[in-house]
Ligand binder design. Structure first.
Ligand code: SF4
Length: 257
């Protein structure tokens, strides 16, 4: 019987929200991997945090778990530690994991926990109507920073690669085929895989035109975390995409046993 990953839940994302493109990429990835016998669908667990991204678990027909705000990573680590045969995929947002739950992200990278994390980065707290997040650019005007943010945005690649992440990549939601390929690489990776997916929030911070002009695919992966941090760096108004780093290291779950 062909694999059907759709559900009957009504999609409540804003019409045209690029979260739907990430959903398509994820369904394509899982379908392709299951059909190629690389994955058993009953062994997949999709974990989500709180934010617009979190609705994705309603729209994909796999085992799922919804965590508290910022707590998707401890849930994933617990699931993977209890049953290492599971493929634990997490979806989170910049509000959920760069702002609220950053400490968990750093420790998952440091431990090399064998979990795969896809960050839907829309640079705002979209679900709660667009407040400034740790990923918002300096000068960003929102309800929480009406005069413009005075902070620089977080550099997750600098932080996570310094902490020990063994897979780090960036993609763009509109690039569905490439996003799906990177998702497959992340799922196949043994260890902590971090993929930032730029996902403009078309209602509260519409950056589609901004990114369309600036994204480009960059060669990689680099041979060291230091080099990878440089590859991932957004500078001179250019936003690199691609797999910046991949390395082999014992995982937390292997060492636990
Ligand atoms: Fe998408 Fe933004 Fe609407 Fe949330 S608020 S569903 S991120 S467009």
């Amino acid at each position: 019987m062909p694999l059907n990953l759709s559900t009957t839940s009504k999609i409540t994302w804003c019409p045209g929200c690029p979260n739907s493109q990430i959903l398509v990429a994820l369904r394509q990835t899982l379908t392709r991997m299951v059909e190629a016998n690389k994955l058993k669908i009953e062994n997949v667990v999709a974990c989500v945090g709180i934010g617009c991204h979190g609705k994705i678990s309603d729209y994909i027909n796999v085992n799922s778990f919804t965590s508290l705000h910022g707590r998707v990573i401890p849930s994933m680590t617990g699931i993977k530690s209890a049953n290492p045969n599971l493929t634990v995929i997490g979806m989170s947002g910049d509000g959920d994991s760069y702002s609220e739950g950053l400490e968990h992200l750093v420790h998952a990278a440091r431990r090399n926990s064998d979990i795969k994390l896809f960050i839907h980065d829309n640079q705002v707290f979209a679900l709660t109507t667009g407040q400034t997040s740790a990923a918002s650019p300096r000068g960003h005007v929102s309800k929480t920073t009406p005069l413009g943010s005075i902070e620089d945005p977080i550099d997750p690649f600098g932080i996570l690669l310094s902490a020990g992440a063994t897979f780090a990549a960036r993609s763009y939601a509109g690039e569905i085929t490439e996003t799906s390929k990177i998702m497959e690489q992340a799922i196949n990776h043994k260890g902590f895989a971090f993929v930032e997916i730029i996902q403009p929030c078309i209602t509260y911070f519409d950056t589609r035109d901004y990114f369309k002009e600036r994204i480009f695919w960059r060669g990689g992966p680099a041979s060291s975390p230091e080099e990878a941090i440089k590859l991932a760096k957004i500078e001179n108004n250019r936003v690199p995409l691609g797999v910046f780093y991949q390395a082999d290291k014992p995982t937390f779950e292997e060492l636990l046993r």
